[in-house]
Design a protein around this ligand. Structure first.
Ligand SMILES: Cc1cc2nc3c(=O)[nH]c(=O)nc-3n(C[C@H](O)[C@H](O)[C@H](O)COP(=O)(O)OP(=O)(O)OC[C@H]3O[C@@H](n4cnc5c(N)ncnc54)[C@H](O)[C@@H]3O)c2cc1C
Length: 435
């Protein structure tokens, strides 16, 4: 006898980053109809993004296209602008045609829309974004930074030695002293003093690289001893590290930043990596929902949003008030995997039973160029049961960093391409063309 096939529940995932993509990869797509809505049609492996700003790695080898995930039911390249929790409908605005939108019904909704860069309304920063000022969050940001660096060298090469133009064009300012900034500065330094030094020998002598951090030390999330050590290493490479000082404004007419002590500092290129803030979907569309520190959506220990049925949030856009986690990839990834496992275990179509999420800290890693890095294993393990395995740094830590990120690649294409690009940039140098 033929049985009518039960309609599958539809899971809609907002966002294709660490949280959304991990959920998508792990959920049983034969059991659920899964739809993804995201303005990025790919997953970006963010820890390797700084390496693409100078060509140590090429852009395409650190991303995975969403549509290539087998059995994905639907993908919408759009931004969610409205959610009707009563009718269970999400509205996605087409990124190509502003006036067009799609209404997508859901049975279960997962919000994993991440955060955006916070400029703290600093005058001159948002206005000059994409020209002298650059964020470092998406692949297109990395591509712009790479072009800007090369543009500065080509333009400086046509200016008189010691001229004001040459001075600002060769001044690179990184705002924020977190791991992303330190890794970017390490990559930039390696690029300038290996590849650029070969092709523009006169210019590298005039290069200035600076990190400006508002708190009293860089690498705030790492062990304090490491912060001091990395600062000394960077300073030994003639990189200026300024702490307890903030950037108050950028003036593109004078090509300088104004600092909180009133002084000004030349800046031809600014990489702004100083803070995060909620995306419009969270801060405006979902303004009626409860928010925690950093304006993140409050979720319970099972990643559910209170007061609305079958809606979950994870990753950087969400926070549990009882067990808050920092906005890092490993938290978003573990949450995505946990939710997928809960969905997969579900036996009925009545309601999904989600068990409480428990985070397991796996340590943190950072690199600062020159084939050096550190692995901080101070607090590893399950929440409140962490153990201290200390910190190790140097070349071994650097290769641990590389091996770990290589191992985390989800496609064989990138597992092959990444070491090829590492080999190519080490043996033949990084590419210096601009297009
Ligand atoms: C350069 C860089 C380096 C990093 N290095 C590390 C590291 O080494 N280790 C680590 O643990 N963490 C690192 N992080 C942090 C890590 O990337 C984030 O914590 C992680 O990406 C958070 O995952 P998520 O899924 O919450 O958000 P994201 O990965 O930011 O993904 C959010 C997704 O939502 C989409 N989206 C946004 N708005 C909408 C909307 N309205 N509608 C639909 N979709 C929307 C976005 O396009 C994106 O696809 C790094 C971050 C950066 C930028």
């Amino acid at each position: 006898m033929l049985h009518a096939q039960r309609k599958k529940d539809k899971v809609v995932i907002i966002g294709s980053g660490w949280g959304g993509y991990t959920l998508l990869k792990n959920i049983d797509r034969k059991k659920y109809d899964v739809a993804v809505i995201s303005p990025s049609n790919h997953f970006l492996f963010t820890p390797l993004l700084p390496s693409t700003t100078v060509g140590t790695l090429e852009f395409r080898c650190i991303q995975e296209p969403i549509r290539t995930v087998p059995n994905l039911k639907e993908y919408f390249q759009g931004k969610v602008s409205k959610i009707d929790f009563e009718k269970k409908i999400v509205t996605s605005d087409n990124i190509f045609k502003k006036e067009k939108s799609n209404d997508i019904p859901y049975d279960h909704l997962v919000i994993a829309c991440g955060t955006k860069t916070n400029t703290f309304n600093t005058p001159g920063i948002a206005d000059r974004e994409g020209i002298e000022v650059h964020f470092l969050k998406h692949l297109f940001h990395a591509r712009r930074i790479r072009n800007r660096i090369l543009e500065c060298f080509e333009r400086a090469a046509m200016e008189q030695p010691g001229s004001k133009e040459r001075s600002y064009l060769l001044s690179f300012v990184v705002v924020g002293g977190g791991p992303t900034s330190v890794e970017f500065v390490g990559e930039l330094h390696d690029f300038l003093f290996t590849d650029i030094a070969t092709w523009y020998p006169d210019l590298t002598k005039e290069v200035k690289i600076s990190i400006i951090e508002a708190s009293d030390h860089i690498l705030g999330s790492f062990d304090k001893s490491l912060s001091g050590y990395v600062r000394r290493v960077l300073e030994s490479r003639k990189i200026t590290v300024m702490t307890s000082i903030a950037v108050k404004a950028f003036d593109h007419n004078t090509h300088s930043v104004t600092l909180s002590d009133g002084s000004s500092y030349p800046a031809g290129t600014i990489v702004w990596s100083a803070g995060l803030q909620p995306v419009k979907l969270v801060s405006e569309t979902l303004s009626h929902l409860e928010k925690g520190p950093g304006g993140r959506l409050v979720v319970d220990e099972c990643l559910r949003i209170k007061g609305v049925s079958s809606v979950y949030a994870l990753g950087d856009c969400a926070v549990s008030l009882t067990a808050p986690l920092p906005p890092i990839a490993q938290a978003a990834k573990q949450q995505g995997k946990h939710l997928a496992q809960c969905f997969n275990m579900n036996q009925t179509d009545v309601s999904i039973v989600v068990s409480p999420f428990q985070y397991v800290a796996l340590g943190s890693m950072v690199t600062w160029g020159g084939f050096k890095g550190a692995v901080d294993m101070h607090n590893v393990g399950k929440n409140k049961k962490e153990i201290d395995l200390g910190v190790f740094s140097g070349v071994i830590a650097y290769f641990t960093w590389r091996s770990a990120y290589w191992g985390m690649q989800t496609s064989w294409t990138n597992k092959i391409l990444i070491p090829m690009h590492w080999f190519k940039s080490f043996v033949f140098g990084r590419d210096i063309s601009r297009f």
